[in-house]
Design a protein around this ligand. Sequence first.
Ligand code: NDP
Length: 402
Amino acid sequence: MSKVLVIGAGGVGSVAVHKMAMNRDIFSDIHLASRTVSKCDAIAASVKERTGVTISTYALDADDVEATTALIRQIGPKLVVNLALPYQDLAIMDACLAAGVHYMDTANYEPRDEAHFEYSWQWAYQDKFREAGLMALLGSGFDPGVTSVFATWLKKHHFERIDTLDILDCNGGDHGQHFATNFNPEINIREVTAPARHWENGEWVTTPALSYKQTFDFEAVGPKNMYLMYHEELESLAKFFPEIKRIRFWMTFGDAYLKHLEVLQNVGMTRIDPVIYNGVEIIPLQFLKAVLPEPASLGPTTKGKTNIGDIATGLGKDGTEKTLYVYNICDHEDAYAETGNQAVSYTTGVPAMIGAALVLQGIWSGAGVFNIEQLDPDPFMDMLNKHGLPWQVKELDGPLGF
Ligand code: NDP
């Protein structure tokens, strides 16, 4: 019996739970807990209708370590999959340690009062998980997640040495709204408005947010402007691939999205410090989230494709210099037809299911805190092909310019 507890009933949690239910041989008993239990129940109803599988649901405030520990003890899962928000990472890790179960997530911890993504807080749990004989697997989504597995796979099978690595994240989808984000708006806007940072010759180079762009012709999407950004997998890639001289992350944004964001920033709506409104403290960005469309509501109207991948240049195993591009294309409408969620949730929820499957089956194992780059990429890459995120590799003439 492989019992799993998923925490978080957003778009990503929904996809992960649907995919788990489609793989009953691995996930024999599925439990879903989240702050708003009606969202868990709606997912459970969809899972039942699509797969015939019954999942159990619970209301849980995962910021409350004692309540989370008690629920884990009551259910007795082998693994807790954290698909709530980055703010809950440490509390859920503490609860896993207290209850003696493995932990997994898709996004690194972020304090609420600082737009600051870094692994240091979670890496600090290394000794606790090692001494408890438990595994904490960090970042098993798409980016972070698949993009790091792509790099690890390229290194294992194709490169003696990688010199430069560029991650390209393109969402060519159109949801028909003036302004909406494809995943949690608060997290998305914090990420996009933070200064850009990339790794070059052993140090971080910081540049103003959205100040560098270039056009790239994405297969199945077409030419798109993509912008240099900081993204959390850069930190673990720089740590686990010390030979790489330059690592960058690029994300596509349409002009209308950027125009709205600029106005919202200029009027102070993206601030994360409290302001007093009618005698009550509110955080403008949290208020903005409340008035924007829920990402999960975009599923029925989103059309188009995502294309996310890695371009690596270096010395190939055959002794020649080469550039390889490995990427996945995912269709929003297909993702919606299969799970009731668009491709941004799908491309995160499927790798979350895969990481959980590998931990539950003991194919990935170990005691301590692990980033996905530290694990064998092959079983993960095989499962991507089998579970809805097939990838392809192409040789390019040279590295990404700029
Ligand atoms: P959503 O905002 O749609 O869902 C988050 C869910 O977590 C909601 O159901 C929310 O409950 C619940 N939640 C929030 N706080 C708590 C709490 N204190 N206790 C219990 N439940 C809580 O986000 P997504 O599904 O889009 O994203 C989920 C996670 O995936 C995020 O951490 C995000 O950063 C990460 N992500 C990772 C990606 C990757 O490629 N690695 C890409 C996209 C997302 P409620 O409904 O009550 O608000």
